[in-house]
Design a protein around this ligand. Structure first.
Ligand SMILES: O=C([O-])CC(=O)C(=O)O
Ligand SMILES: [Mg+2]
Length: 217
């Protein structure tokens, strides 16, 4: 399929991004959108791609997550700021099943979750900064928000931004840059295949990248 056709709709953008490495998207975008390194898949093999629904929760309270499940559109990824609360499991199997029923594509959170094995078995991708056994409060008066921009590790995330997660972590690409960044990423991947073939044929990485072989004096 041509790149133009592939990029014709938002859904196609998500599909195209879903097979690209996060590091490639980050580099091709001009070193953008890398969430903190602590945010990783809760089990190996998890991958996610979708559009962001930002959620703000009080630390150690997940009532806004239960609410967000019912505000989300299919294909959205909940991208959650819980103020880096690591010692609580803000999400688990119950919320994953509820989210799957709503067509939610995954969860990204700058705090803790629990039920890692069950999340894997359910096929619901979760990327978190910690895994914690402890549960959360559900304070009806707790301050939070759904759909308002959040900031995680210096990256601002708005509703509709492209979110991709793989073994390396999570990258967020602003919606208005997604098509261009994917196109550059596809090119970058092709260039890298070429470099890998040259290395396999015996060439030296210092030559390929025109790097100095000795330290300048
Ligand atoms: O307490 C909660 O709502 C989180 C949780 O354990 C689950 O989703 O299974
Ligand atoms: Mg539970």
């Amino acid at each position: 399929m041509s790149m133009d056709k592939l990029l014709a709709s938002g859904q196609d953008l998500v599909e195209a991004a879903g097979v690209l490495p996060t590091a490639t998207l980050h580099e091709a975008g001009g070193k953008i959108g890398a969430l903190p390194a602590a945010i990783k898949p809760v089990r190996p093999g998890m991958r996610l791609a979708g559009t962001a629904l930002p959620v703000l929760c009080p630390p150690g309270d997940n009532l806004w997550l239960h609410r967000a499940v019912y505000e989300a559109d299919p294909g959205e990824v909940l991208v959650v700021d819980v103020g880096e609360a690591m010692e609580h499991g803000h999400w688990g199997e119950v919320l994953a099943v509820a989210a799957q029923k709503r067509g939610i594509a995954g969860l990204v959170i700058n705090g803790g979750v629990r039920d890692g094995d069950q999340l894997l078995q359910r096929g619901f991708p979760v990327f978190s900064a910690s895994i914690s056994i402890r549960g959360t409060a559900k304070d009806p008066y707790g301050a939070g928000a759904i759909g308002e921009p959040v900031r995680i590790g210096g990256v601002e995330i708005r509703r509709g931004d492209l979110v991709v997660g793989d073994a390396d972590g999570v990258v967020v690409v602003p919606a208005d840059q997604a098509a261009a960044v994917i196109e550059k990423s596809v090119q970058r991947e092709a260039d890298e295949q070429d470099i890998l073939a040259r290395l396999a044929a015996g060439e030296c990485s210092l030559d390929i990248y025109s790097l100095p072989k000795r330290r300048d004096r």
